[in-house]
Design a protein around this ligand. Structure first.
Ligand code: NAD
Length: 272
């Protein structure tokens, strides 16, 4: 039985994670956090997820959660990340991070923490997207700069960050395939008289609306043909299942920074 704490229990992902942990025979929910001031503090985690009483009172103290759990799962918002990492580090508890839109300072904090404990950090915990990143890297390497790359993503109306962490990760796969740095070639928005498309640009488009769980298309457009690689998530349970798989995998690992490639055993680090 692995003791799990969910950080961000009131969110869409947090609720789904609690439901799946409650249903898993090898996992036990021992703590769950919500933001400070939340009306949910003191209520039972099972109530927030609508899955029956779990005897776990919601708190706003990640330190207590880290002390009680064998592994933390963080699906909060970027400004909560550093406190969650500090709690994980103080307790030496492995952490699985799903939060996206993380700042450069947040990424540094992730690096620092991974020197002391296992940290799994992935922009997308679905197996399909993990494989898509590899396919995209192969396609970009094979087709080269003659094919223009545009990455389009669509998400529900509540998503705060753009482009999605997954879209950016796909852009990194393109850059890796081409042997360039994404930061030097990314175009995140176009408006007005922007001129011709620069050679080698990697473009991003973000659509927002309704209840779209998450869709990503990488288009490689050449002269006379176009290749499109698309992933569509139809349920956020797919991300939650992947995060739980990562949590089972992370508990008891040596310190280090890992991603879904490692969790799935695709560990030649080729798509890191
Ligand atoms: P959401 O807005 O529904 O949930 C985020 C929750 O975190 C909110 O309830 C908010 O109150 C809570 N929160 C904020 N600060 C907190 C704190 N200090 N302690 C505890 N809780 C805190 O968003 P969501 O759709 O559930 O997604 C959560 C995060 O996960 C986002 O960053 C999203 O982009 C990301 N995400 C990642 C994946 C993946 O596979 N990596 C998949 C889906 C979503």
């Amino acid at each position: 039985m692995t003791a799990v704490a969910i950080l961000g229990a009131a969110g869409r992902m947090g609720r789904t994670l609690i439901e799946l942990v409650a249903a898993a025979e090898d996992l036990r929910l021992v703590a769950a956090t919500v933001r400070s001031g939340s009306e949910w503090i003191g209520h039972d985690a099972g109530d927030i997820a609508g899955c029956g009483h779990l005897d776990v009172a919601l708190t706003d103290t990640p330190g207590d959660a880290a002390a009680a759990a064998a592994v933390l799962i963080d699906f909060t918002l970027p400004d909560a990340l550093e406190a969650n990492l500090a709690a994980a580090t103080a307790a030496g508890t492995p952490i699985v991070i799903g939060t996206t839109g993380v700042s450069a300072a947040g990424e540094e904090a992730i690096q620092r923490a991974s020197g002391q404990l296992p940290v799994v950090y992935a922009a997308n915990y679905s197996s399909g997207v993990t494989l898509l990143r590899r396919l995209v890297q192969t396609a970009a390497a094979a087709l080269g700069d003659d094919y223009d790359v545009e990455i389009a993503e669509a998400h529900h109306r509540y998503k705060r960050d753009a482009p999605s962490g997954t879209a950016w990760a796909l852009g990194e796969s393109v850059a890796r395939g081409r042997g360039v740095r994404l930061e030097d070639h990314a175009i995140q928005a176009r408006e007005g008289i922007v001129g011709e498309r620069p050679a080698g640009a990697i473009g991003f488009q973000a659509l927002r609306g309704g209840d779209i769980v998450g869709e990503h298309t990488v288009m490689l457009a050449g002269d006379g043909e176009r290749l499109e690689l698309t992933h569509r998530a139809s349920s956020r349970a797919t991300f939650a299942r992947g995060a739980l798989r990562a949590a089972r995998w992370a508990a008891g690992r040596p310190a280090g920074l890992y991603d879904m490639d490692d969790v799935l055993g695709l560990n030649d680090r080729a798509s890191d």
